[in-house]
Design a protein around this ligand. Sequence first.
Ligand code: NAD
Length: 485
Amino acid sequence: MTHPAQPKASHFINGAYVEDTAGTPIPVIYAATGDQIATVHAATPAIVEQALASGKAAQKAWAKMSGTERGRILRRAADIIRARNHELSVLETYDTGKPLQETLVADATSGADALEYFGGLAGSLTGEHIPLGEDWVYTMREALGLCVGIGAWNYPTQIACWKGAPALACGNSMVFKPSEATPLCALKVAEILHEAGLPAGVFNVVQGMGEVGAALVTDPRVDKVSLTGSVPTGKKVYAAAAADMKHVTMELGGKSPMIVFDDADIDNAVGGAINGNFYSSGQVCSNGTRVFVQKGIKEKFLARLAERTGNAVIGDPMDEATSFGPMVNENQMNIVLGYIEKGKAEGARLICGGARCDMQGWYLQPTVFADVTDGMTIAREEIFGPVMSVLDFDSEEEVVARANDTEFGLSAGVFTKDFTRAHRVIGNLEAGSCFINSYNDAPVEAPFGGVKASGVGRENSKEAIKHFSQVKSVYVRMGDVEAAF
Ligand code: NAD
């Protein structure tokens, strides 16, 4: 019997599901059991061509619709997503293995927020009037054209919507390629956008590995590439896009610091560290994986952290009581296990976890290492799993320097009751998305993205509009043209 997660076909192009079984089969494995629940096929060159051609053909008419009309379609899609939240959350859980407790509130709903927010902004995207005496300049905010979106596997619905919603609001079309590890949810986003009235070809989804992504990025018809992925992939994609001077947004990895000062509320800081390391089993780019704790509260912090981490409910992701699910796949589980072994070998003190769970599926224990030092592998490299490194520090000046001593710059958090210090420290940290007495909140109203190797550009908020549009300026002369001869 066909599993309910099996999509109608692998791709969604020009308003309809499309199949081409000549493409390499991509098995969809449910992370909680290791069972294959669906199969899709990577896009063949013919499918890539169909998707790009239909995106290109549909864009101009879409951009000519009024912003209010475009926005109405996006907002209708948001309503459909909310009405079908349970079904879409179950699919997200099949795609990623993340517990339903999370997907019910963080995935389809976050995608709907983006569609609603950018749908609301679409009608107000205007230029300005710049008076110059009798003459004047006016500006127009125009679409870029055909955009490519490429996703990571941790938030497949959210990533498709965070890229698609602002792109479409500005009058662009998009070809979106989800991660080969989670191919299911983006197809639903495309299906729902069309149910909401999106013209055929404006949002297309094709499946495939890196080669399909590369074929999309290098196509001369493409005007912009927005990637969510790792730094090494980001460097390749940025370079490929530069060859044709394409616009880019790069949402890449991190090794973000979370700094807990002696005066912090310990339970809130422990809660922040848990949210910033164990939500989605640690598969979150902005995670605060280097938790710097001031020496005076170190042992108290670790004791409370170990106690609360012990309360994680690890089990069937479809059971709403489960608060901690498996890794997305066996490969990622093994990568993370490798880092756990490195942490032990390099002398970090294991506080809790540190092994695979003794059960079916790709489950790891939530793991905390203390006495981690700056040079250890687990303190330098992005692990993308449930492994928290706790480091100690003495002074503010010292911790800021150590926190910034990394190629990454995605996020940073500070826990303290001293607000002057909180703002001063945040001001000195090299990161794009920061938190004071909190960690990992990502509302659509707030810009999201990194500095240094963690990325270029911003998603969400009005900032995203700037990255999916360009400004045309028009000088208007009211008098005669003066010329030298
Ligand atoms: P990845 O870099 O391996 O792959 C990301 C996507 O790029 C996939 O769809 C992949 O098929 C595609 N790809 C690979 N090579 C390509 C190429 N040469 N040209 C075009 N596309 C190519 O990343 P992943 O393992 O899927 O995801 C985990 C990474 O994503 C982590 O580093 C994480 O921090 C990052 N991430 C960042 C954000 C953010 O918003 N900053 C959000 C989620 C995940």
